[in-house]
Design a protein around this ligand. Structure first.
Ligand SMILES: [Zn+2]
Length: 387
């Protein structure tokens, strides 16, 4: 049975966490968050007031100031806060601010967008929508695909390289947009005058106090030691630019899984279309028998939040079956990931979308291919996700 949401109240865990997550992101947007002065940004003050009230109602010691509240976000896993957080909506080590990098976590962004009218989502996606509108107006789907690929494969650019890319014919409809989303890399991320990139994620690493490097992507850190990639000197190619963080989180990071699935399908001899009809969904696959499958790849830290926010796929271009595919690193880390996503799917989505891990999905594709060629070897993987 789905777990029903508690009735909304500003002081209940669910709503309050969203408010606090938005406040963390607002403060992160300030040029010098360490030096902000009274009055606090509106969302931060609201988050503090509501947290204080929630604590007092429960007889717990409240945070005394906004900096105090931010320290809670960094030091305490969300489940240890004196709030009622519904089961599944936060894991035992989930924090809103990363303990080491002092940056909002991916969970913090997921919480902040966990509502239909989220300002954060609107602002950050407005730029992607602007790109979409311009490519559509120019009737240039290949421009949109080139743009998405760039954001996924090249989150770091030098100023010269960005200027060069902007001149490519595919980027003509996107004139001026790259300047808005690729901004000078944070000066504090250099060591000895050099930026260092992550070989796995291609984004920039953050220098740690002990002389090491830290990758902002939780998914990457979980896979072991930080793989150090190419270095950039601070003034290389006119200066180093980094894609803005919300786009790194909402386009680059999940896009890695989208392109991984694309590669796996190409490897099976298929020709998947990426982001068809200007991003109706992520991948459109025509199988040898003529059947068409539509896929959205979703790489969320929290399976319950993913389930709650799932929507039916747009039916243009048309398809026979629709899937949400989750990258394998999520299901490896949490065995019941797929089960939890399914439990939280809204009623209008249940039965219209199958949820599978990438491994399960490619096994399903292989089964269709084997059936078509008559080889009979299906190598089927159970769909339960707990297997
Ligand atoms: Zn990485």
């Amino acid at each position: 049975m789905p777990t029903p949401d508690p009735a909304p109240s500003p002081h209940q865990g669910l709503t309050l966490l969203r408010t606090i997550a938005s406040a963390v992101l607002d403060l992160d947007d300030l040029p010098n968050p360490g030096t902000f002065t009274l009055p606090y940004p509106e969302e931060a003050q609201r988050a503090l007031d509501r947290t204080v009230l929630a604590c007092l109602l429960r007889g717990a010691d409240p945070p005394l100031s906004v900096p105090d509240l931010m320290a809670w976000c960094r030091e305490w896993p969300v489940v240890d806060w004196p709030l009622d957080v519904p089961a599944d909506l936060a894991g035992p080590e989930d924090r809103l601010i990363d303990q080491h990098a002092y940056l909002p976590t991916d969970l913090c962004y997921e919480w902040a967008v966990d509502r239909p009218d989220s300002a954060t989502e609107q602002i950050d996606r407005a730029l992607v929508h602007a790109a979409l509108d311009r490519c559509r107006a120019a009737n240039a789907p290949s421009s949109y695909i080139a743009f998405r690929r760039l954001l996924i494969e090249r989150p770091v650019l030098t100023r010269d390289k960005a200027a060069e890319i902007a001149l490519e014919p595919a980027f003509t409809p996107l004139d001026g947009l790259l300047n808005q989303i690729y901004l000078p890399a944070p000066a504090g991320w250099t060591r000895g005058g050099h930026f260092t990139s992550c070989r796995r994620c291609k984004t920039l690493l953050v220098p740690t106090r002990d002389g090491g490097w830290w990758c902002e992507a939780t998914r990457c850190r979980r896979q072991g030691d930080t793989p150090v990639g190419p270095e950039y000197s601070g003034d290389e190619g006119g200066g180093v630019l980094l894609l803005t963080r919300p786009l790194r989180l909402f386009v680059t990071a999940p896009g890695i899984a989208e392109l991984q699935l694309e590669r796996a399908l190409c490897h099976l001899g298929l020709a998947p279309e990426l982001w068809p009809n200007f991003d109706a969904y992520d991948l459109r696959i025509t199988l040898p028998g003529g059947q068409v499958w539509a896929v959205d790849v979703k790489d969320w830290a929290n399976p319950a939040l993913l389930g709650r926010n799932a929507k039916p796929l747009i039916s243009d271009p048309p398809y026979d079956d629709a899937f949400i595919v989750v990258p394998d690193h999520r299901t490896t880390q949490r065995r019941d990931y797929v089960t939890v996503v399914k439990r939280y799917l809204p009623q209008n989505v249940k039965g219209r979308l199958a949820v599978l891990s990438q491994r399960q999905f490619t096994a399903k594709v292989r089964a269709v291919l084997a059936e078509h060629t008559g080889s009979g070897s299906t190598d089927e993987v159970p769909e339960d996700g707990d297997a």
